[in-house]
Design a protein around this ligand. Structure first.
Ligand SMILES: C[S@@+](CC[C@H](N)C(=O)[O-])C[C@H]1O[C@@H](n2cnc3c(N)ncnc32)[C@H](O)[C@@H]1O
Length: 445
């Protein structure tokens, strides 16, 4: 059972495991357990409805009329959010630098007779997140790698926690998350079987959050010079993986779990090409699904080293699955010039549109890559193509881009399956920006 209290988790900070101090962040919490001394962010006339009940959890600075209260709030502080009459209706975490002035945590008429209590909020929300995963059958005997907390989707904007066996990796992208770091770690360990915690601040995003640049830079240097250099073994869909805690994202792309599982069901007797394969997720599932022959391609040596280890770890026939280090475009152009083609092609490139501003140029990149991938798909075969760019997914332009790619390749496509991230990545409908992953299965003729 996932609920099990531990006597305290340990934190990876600088290559070694450290026992956490037993005290929580309760000292920080004392001064906010009542609303005394808490600043009020007053919204402009007509803006309240945008953020009240079911509205966006992110209050952008343009919606704010003024801030009252002494002392003025600092980044990461709890603030009340009030309508034009100064009546508070919600509370959240303040940020003086970000375009998001307040990350709303709770509407005041709901849930708590004891508002403004960060400790209680974290306990409640993390507990709810654990329950949801348990109800979704996570972890299970075949999967111990999954997302435990998905930011806005679990009503903890800026906090991501992935679980890998008895280890949790925290990806922090908000000033408040850094401020309550110790408490968050204690909270995770109190509710779960987690023994160790790796803290991975998203440095660039935290800079935008206005965290002390010198401090963040130093932390980054420390992290680089003393990387954990640690691999852990996980299991997903019954397939074992070695993953690196210094790897991409939190170390593993748990979001594609259900799509990988689906791929294994259509792979029998097929030739499969996994473009941008990372540690081999799709390729290994295809091999487990009795594909005839599987090739994975990626430009990252550390990822491919693990992918190769994963072949042996799963007792797969190395004659039927192999990984190549190459640039995706170069590989696909060369393969096309040799008229090579596969029954199933997977294309899961990195985030090509990190911001809405670059969507147009990124669309061109997606079109070119997909056009090449279609050329490598046998007539009547499948292309499973992905975009992890939130800007692309939310624009609704991915399918038109794929249609453009098909014209470019002189092929026809039909959409056979449309999916996103796995169910342990819930999305708050009030924050559709949380939907970042598109996974489309196309029949290419
Ligand atoms: C979204 S991840 C793929 C995740 C993978 N499909 C999985 O299931 O774990 C994107 C991958 O693209 C790789 N990549 C980035 N640029 C590349 C390039 N120019 N050529 C090939 N691979 C590239 C990265 O190393 C990374 O492994």
């Amino acid at each position: 059972m996932f609920y099990a209290s531990t006597t305290g988790s340990r934190l990876f900070t600088s290559g070694s495991l450290q026992r956490l101090p037993t005290s929580s962040a309760s000292t920080i919490l004392q001064d906010i357990s009542s609303s005394k001394g808490v600043a009020k962010v007053i919204l402009k006339k007509g803006k309240t409805q945008l953020f009240r009940d079911g509205g966006s959890p992110m209050v952008y600075s343009g919606a704010v009329d003024r801030i009252i209260g002494r002392p003025p709030p600092k980044t990461g502080d709890v603030v009340l959010v009030a309508d034009g009459t100064q009546t508070p209706f919600a509370w959240g975490f303040y940020n003086s630098s970000s375009m998001f002035c307040v990350r709303l945590m709770m509407q005041l008429k709901h849930e708590s007779s004891d508002p403004l209590n960060v400790e209680k909020l974290l306990d409640t929300r993390i507990n709810a997140a654990i329950k949801l995963r348990n109800n979704l059958g996570l972890p299970s005997s075949t999967t111990n790698a999954f997302r435990l907390v998905n930011s806005e989707g679990d009503r903890l904007s800026g906090l991501i926690i992935d679980v890998f066996g008895d280890l949790a990796v925290v990806a922090s992208s908000a000033a408040w998350v850094e401020k309550y770091k110790e408490y968050i770690i204690n909270c995770i360990s109190r509710f779960t079987v987690i023994k160790n915690v790796v803290w991975r601040p998203s440095i660039e995003i935290l800079k935008e959050e206005g965290l002390d640049l010198a401090l963040v830079d130093q932390q980054q240097k420390d992290d680089l010079s003393t990387s954990t250099n640690q691999t852990v073994k996980i299991v997903e869909n019954g397939i074992s993986y070695m993953i690196s805690l210094d790897g991409q994202k939190t170390g593993f792309y748990a979001d594609q779990r259900e799509n990988r599982q689906f791929l294994s069901t259509i792979s029998h007797g097929q030739t499969v090409l996994d473009m941008c394969c990372y540690t081999g997720g799709f390729a290994l599932n295809a091999a487990r699904g009795h594909a005839l022959d599987v090739t994975g391609v990626d430009s990252s040596s550390p990822a491919l080293e693990l992918a190769n280890q994963n072949i042996a770890l799963n007792n797969l026939d190395p004659g039927r699955i192999s990984f190549l280090k190459q640039d995706a475009t170069a590989f696909m152009k060369n393969a096309a010039s040799r008229n090579e083609a596969w029954d199933i092609v997977i294309l899961d490139p990195p985030k090509l549109a990190p911001r809405r501003k670059v969507l147009q140029s990124a669309s061109g990149m997606y079109r070119n890559l997909n056009s090449l991938a279609m050329r490598l798909t046998k007539p009547g075969g499948f292309l499973m193509t992905c975009s992890c760019s939130g800007a692309m997914t939310q624009s609704g332009q991915f399918l038109p881009v794929l249609q453009g790619a098909a014209s470019m390749a002189g092929r026809k496509i039909t959409l056979v399956r449309q999916s996103g991230a796995a169910c342990d990545h819930p999305i708050d409908p009030s924050y559709p920006e949380g939907a970042y992953l598109s996974n489309f299965l196309l029949r290419v003729v």
